[in-house]
Ligand binder design. Structure first.
Ligand code: GLN
Length: 567
């Protein structure tokens, strides 16, 4: 959670965690992708944590990229960055939001990493004399990573989610690895959960179980007989259908778990699985004698999501608006900010390229707040700059994240400092006023993968600023992913014109990390990604403050360290 802010989970102090035998849960997916396997794994994590167990969750991705860092968001969705700078799959975001588990690069493994490690070993001669093969060399490497996570975390339960869909060629080594692993750790120490799809066929007016049967058959062919089937469905399964799935997929009736599409929020999933007694069943199978999950706090979150006291409508101006997954953590963090303020947030997703730069009001009028998230490349930047200008001039709360800060900087340079052609060197190498330029350390970099400024870094906050009031702390840690930065040679010019540099990397010779405008109810932007450290039960201070500003009369949000007026 947010450092120093989220209470540590007290329940983890139960004696139970001294348990010697680690338990393993493997989550696979069938029929189609995008079933919400990651959410299911994370929700199971929530339930087990709330039973007093220490949980660690990891994701295995069968693709050959070493990490998703170089993939287009349209291909892959958001790249989720961890404290240690690992660029990972967005499911790890769910794991962090749903549990207290601390994640590192050991929580995400791709085929690319496995093959890279095996091939390096081969070149060193460590397999001398042998033929290097998928089985056992690749599968052993995969199993090592499960054991390694158990050792590093000391968790009672390791949940391992296998990406992709059963039947994919590239997923086979992973399935073989977990089959072997389960055999080795023994019968009561490993459980296979298969997340599958039960489609509703409109023309027949029926839910169909055949795809599920076939996907389970595919798994059994490989030697994995799932213990539990989580059935994703639009409509309730009903007794008959559950019986049918149970009979033809060879699982007990109680192990057919219904996971219906959520009505309001993904945070309902743990409660849904609890109603289906999935966690009880898992504990029974793994011989875990722990109390039932206490989900009172979680229920309160859902209450606020379903029936909030207040409502606001904000705009997110981005480039990958068509794909929900591309800004996953941003949308979630906004919702968490709403939970903290008992406020429902309607998010209007605005494609930056659709903004008429002369008349941005056509797209932005009536919004209570404007957020510009991170991004790469020139496309859409002029629309974002117009949005930042509109927010600044019309005193609409603005939150800029990473590129969103660079955009705010360019806008201020052009329209307040009157440097008409100011730009980022990312978008215009020839600009006379490169107010955003390549970081010094990036100048030598020519490889693309894993070479940005990545991961958690300290940021020093200036006293008496909005940032200081929101964070209630003068040193914070936030996660980064960027190559360009605020050009400090312009710093004085900016400050004289009223831009406050409220966060820097250090007290001397610093990089600019946060900017804000005082003559504005709420205008703040940061070079880092706060969205990666927000949870439904522990909103990030920037998002909490942003939503508060969106709800409030402008004058109620003050820009100094004094307590805000209580309404
Ligand atoms: N493209 C910008 C940079 O590399 C911003 C990166 C981001 O928003 N994550 O600095």
């Amino acid at each position: 959670g947010y450092p120093g802010r989220c209470p540590e989970d007290r329940r983890l102090s139960l004696d139970f965690k001294k348990m010697k035998q680690t338990k393993y849960i493997f989550v696979t997916g069938g029929v189609v992708s995008s079933l919400g396997k990651g959410l299911t794994a994370a929700s199971l994590g929530t339930l087990l944590e709330n039973r007093g167990l220490k949980v660690a969750i990891q994701k295995f991705d069968p693709y050959l990229n070493v990490d998703p860092g170089t993939m287009n968001p349209f291909q892959h969705g958001e790249v989720y960055v961890l404290d240690d700078g690992a660029e990972t799959d967005l499911d790890l975001g769910h794991y962090e939001r749903f549990t207290h588990s601390k994640l590192s690069r050991f929580n995400n493994l791709t085929s690319g990493q496995v093959y890279q490690a095996v091939l390096e070993k081969e070149r060193k001669g460590e397999y001398l004399g042998k033929t290097v093969q998928v089985i056992p060399h690749v599968t052993d490497k995969i199993q090592d990573r499960i054991k390694q996570l158990a050792e590093i975390t000391g968790a009672d339960v390791i949940i391992t989610e296998i990406g992709g869909t059963t039947g994919d060629i590239e997923g086979l080594p992973f399935l073989e690895a977990i089959r072997e692993f389960a055999l080795k750790v023994g019968y009561n120490n490993a459980v296979f959960v298969h997340v599958t799809y039960v489609p509703f066929i409109k023309a027949a007016g029926e839910l169909k179980t055949k795809p599920t049967q076939q996907s389970v058959a595919k798994l059994r062919e490989i030697g994995i007989a799932p213990h539990i089937l989580v059935c994703r469905t639009e409509k309730p399964l009903g007794k008959e259908l559950r019986e049918k799935i149970s009979m033809f997929c060879n699982v007990p009736y109680a192990a057919v778990i219904e996971e219906k599409d959520v009505d309001h929020s993904i945070y309902e999933v743990p409660l849904m699985l609890q109603r289906e007694k999935m966690d009880s069943l898992i504990c029974e199978l793994l011989r875990l004698d722990v109390p039932p999950a206490d989900m009172k706090d979680w229920q309160e979150i859902i209450r606020k999501l379903i029936a909030p006291q207040h409502r606001v409508r904000i705009g997110v101006v981005g480039k990958y608006i068509g794909l929900n997954d591309a800004y996953k953590s941003v949308y979630e963090a906004v919702i968490h900010g709403g939970v903290a303020q008992d406020c429902g947030v309607a998010i209007e997703k605005i494609d930056a390229e659709d903004i008429d730069v002369e008349h941005p009001e056509k797209s932005l009028k009536g919004l209570a707040g404007i957020l510009v998230p991170g991004g790469f490349g020139e496309r859409g930047t002029e629309g974002k700059i117009a949005a930042a200008k509109y927010a600044r001039e019309n005193k609409i709360p603005y939150l800029g994240l990473c590129l969103g800060m660079q955009i705010a900087t360019i806008e201020f340079a052009r329209n307040v400092l009157h440097l008409g052609e100011a730009n980022s060197m990312e978008f215009d190498k020839e600009t006379p006023d490169p107010v955003i330029w390549l970081m010094e350390e990036q100048k030598e970099v020519n490889k693309k993968g894993g070479t940005m400024r990545l991961g958690a870094q300290d940021c020093h906050i200036k006293e008496n600023t909005l940032a200081a009031r929101l964070y209630q702390s003068l040193v914070i840690q936030e996660r980064h992913r960027h190559r360009f930065e605020f050009n400090s040679t312009y710093r004085k010019q900016f400050e004289e014109a009223g831009l406050v540099i409220s966060g820097t990397t250090s007290t001397e010779d610093p990089l600019v990390e946060m900017i804000e405008i005082t003559e504005h109810p709420f205008y703040i932007a940061c070079q880092f990604h706060p969205e990666f450290q927000s949870k439904p039960n522990c909103s990030h201070p920037l998002f909490k403050g942003f939503i508060e500003a969106c709800m409030n009369e402008p004058q109620k949000v003050r820009t100094n360290l004094e307590e805000p007026e209580t309404p």
